[in-house]
Design a protein around this ligand. Structure first.
Ligand code: CA
Length: 232
């Protein structure tokens, strides 16, 4: 499974730390740069799936980085999200004119950033026929919105589909109910954690309808993971 890679250019260490921690928790690979020069050097050295860049940076500004990214032969198509402080409304407009795909105003919640990144990635990298996720004998076709277990079609509701997609994107990783609510249901939703149990039960029932091995592991007192050891 290839994790989407994100370059984060942010000069405030505490904010950069918090963002990197949450993005990694959401299944992204994160590279960090503390200023524009270091960020541009990383952009020249390797490929990223998305750039998350602070507007106000010492030296080369976020705006200038955005401009250079759009002009670069290898980076012209790179999705860019800008982080701006409140009151920089004019900057937002200029950022969008210069080709930023989205902007997020500080202060923000990590869940909001994760959600916005996913939205931009979905928009800029539309699912193609080749976009499938798989684990053991489970295959998910993202473009066709179809799930197959072995040779059997698995019919899932929209929530179960998103839940399974999240596990397939992060196999083996244990998620608490709160993390699942945050990352699968979204940051504007206030639900009780047992909602997660209800949907996990439905997902299990659909996945194991023909008596297949249960690949969803319940981690007592913690949460859930998609895991081969569930069957042991
Ligand atoms: Ca800054």
């Amino acid at each position: 499974m290839i994790q989407p890679s994100i370059l984060l250019i942010e000069d405030e260490p505490a904010l950069a730390e918090m963002l990197a921690y949450n993005l990694e928790g959401a299944g992204f690979e994160v590279a960090r740069a503390e200023d524009g020069e270091a960020g541009l050097a990383l952009l020249a050295a390797r490929r990223f799936d998305l750039l998350l860049v602070d507007w106000m940076l010492p030296g080369v500004s976020g705006l200038e980085i955005c401009r250079q990214v759009r002009r670069g032969r290898d980076t012209a198509g790179l999705p860019v999200i800008m982080l701006t402080a409140r009151g920089e409304e004019d900057d937002k407009l200029r950022g969008l004119e210069l080709g930023a795909d989205d902007y997020i105003t500080k202060p923000f919640s990590p869940a909001e950033v994760v959600a916005r990144i996913r939205t931009v990635l979905r928009r800029t990298r539309p699912a193609s026929a080749a976009d499938t996720l798989a684990f053991a004998d489970i295959h998910m076709d993202l473009a066709g919105h179809r799930v197959v277990r072995g040779t059997r079609d698995v019919h899932l509701g929209p929530t179960e589909f998103r839940l399974l997609r999240h596990f397939l994107e992060n196999p083996g990783r244990v998620y608490t109910r709160d993390q699942l609510l945050d990352q699968v249901w979204g940051h504007d939703v206030y639900l009780e954690t047992r909602t997660v149990d209800v949907h996990i039960r439905r997902l299990r029932k659909a996945l194991n309808a023909a008596g297949e091995a249960d690949l969803l592991r319940t981690v007592r007192g913690t949460g859930y993971a998609l895991d081969h050891s569930a069957t042991m």
